[in-house]
Ligand binder design. Structure first.
Ligand SMILES: Cc1cc2nc3c(=O)[nH]c(=O)nc-3n(C[C@H](O)[C@H](O)[C@H](O)COP(=O)(O)O)c2cc1C
Length: 193
């Protein structure tokens, strides 16, 4: 199962980094698989540690994808690292094995500490739509415009019907990003199978 999370790491020089990652959970095994190049990948190689944060605030996903990475962090509980100050829960993990790959290595981790902070307050379609749109935004350079437009139009329905203030703000950031990329992009998009 893949869980959409916010991964916080420290670089070799101690610089914090925040990025959304879909982490694969299979029993006790947790895999973080960053495409190269990636600041998170460099941090995992350098420190062998990360915090996997669970949040219902879709602005984290949209924000990181649109250059808004300045979210409050506090020290992790048992590892040398930082976690999101405002999350539902977090897992502190250590890398135990790396599956090397030139494009996308897979960092297998074990959870050394898990902590809950707030109760889950329920599913929201707009929040899920924002996460989908954030993934689209991370792939704009690889996708045909027709697909981006069609998917954004579909996801907008859930946002219009069900969003709260946080989801509307996050959606606005992503729409601006798509519009800016479209305005800049002069090349023919690559059509993926
Ligand atoms: C919900 C979500 C899941 C993502 N999962 C991955 C992933 O598994 N691997 C990856 O390389 N990028 C993933 N991305 C894109 C990264 O967040 C983005 O490219 C990020 O900047 C990673 O690079 P960095 O470590 O240099 O920040 C995801 C984005 C979103 C919105």
């Amino acid at each position: 199962m893949i869980l959409e999370t916010i991964v916080t790491t420290l670089g070799a020089d101690g610089t914090p980094h925040i990025a959304p990652f879909g982490v694969t959970r299979t029993g006790d095994d947790l895999v973080i698989a960053p495409f190269r190049p990636s600041v998170t990948l460099n941090a995992l190689e350098a420190t062998g540690r990360a915090v996997v944060n669970h949040t219902d605030d879709a602005r984290l996903f949209a924000g990181c994808l649109t250059g808004r990475r300045d979210w409050p962090l506090v020290p992790a509980t048992v590892i040398a690292g930082l976690r999101l100050a405002d999350s539902l829960a977090h897992w502190e993990v250590e890398v135990v094995r790396v599956e090397a790959d030139p494009a996308r290595p897979r960092f297998h981790c074990r959870t050394v500490h898990a902590e809950a902070h707030r109760p889950f307050a329920g599913h929201n379609r707009a929040a899920a739509a924002v996460i989908e749109a954030a993934i689209l935004c991370s792939r704009l350079h690889m996708l045909p415009w027709e697909k981006v437009e069609r998917e954004m139009a579909y996801l907008a329905i859930a946002v219009e019907k069900t969003a709260g203030a946080r989801e509307r703000e996050a959606w606005g950031w992503l729409c601006d990003r798509v519009a800016a990329f479209r305005a800049e992009d002069k090349t023919e998009p690559q059509v993926l199978p």
